[in-house]
Design a protein around this ligand. Sequence first.
Ligand code: DX5
Ligand code: ZN
Length: 216
Amino acid sequence: MGKVMIAPSVLGCDQGNIAEEAMALQMAGADMIHLDVMDGVFVPVLTTGAGVAASITRRIDIPVDAHLMVQNPSNLIKAFADAGCAYITVHAEVTSHLDRLLQQIRLAGSKAGVAVNPSTPVDFLRWVAPAVDLVLIMTVNPGYGGQKHLGYVHDKIPETRRILDSNGGAGALISVDGGVTDANAGKLISAGADILVSGSFITGSGDPAAAIAKLR
Ligand code: DX5
Ligand code: ZN
């Protein structure tokens, strides 16, 4: 298990200044930038498109994970891949053709991620383990930053690791997203998280570098 990576979510940043904010987070020690893409349908909020993703990837040299909280991700995959997103993560809940969607992401040139909401079981991973590069385990119900961390979801982390490792997905990373703070980071890391996505704990802290260091 390598060093845990910290991926600040820019959802809570000044949305008109998001590329500068991403650059500042890179300076503050971020390993990745987590871009929350919301369509106002899958979740009730509308955020940014591929154009904003491109303005971020142009300005930083750490990977961007586009977290697509959208009802119809297949329309957007090429645009976010062309925008330079290293990872494109789709929600398992929006499709009955997950394997095809994951292949579409890799064919477009990005690494393929699948996100699971708190109530979504992970046993389906057995059938797509070789097709995923990242599993995003939501520890909040998606749509907003600053929500309460749902600790009961922790059990999914070792279960996900076991399913991936025994079905050809040993190379896939496990990322945890939602209410991640220094109060739960240790538990998440020992449960097997490779990446910690954290929004308000970092961007609301007044000192992102210190917040990132605390998580590590
Ligand atoms: C929620 C997003 C999360 C969120 C995390 O729908 O997917 O990435 O921005 O923010 P915090 O860490 O404040 O819960
Ligand atoms: Zn997210």
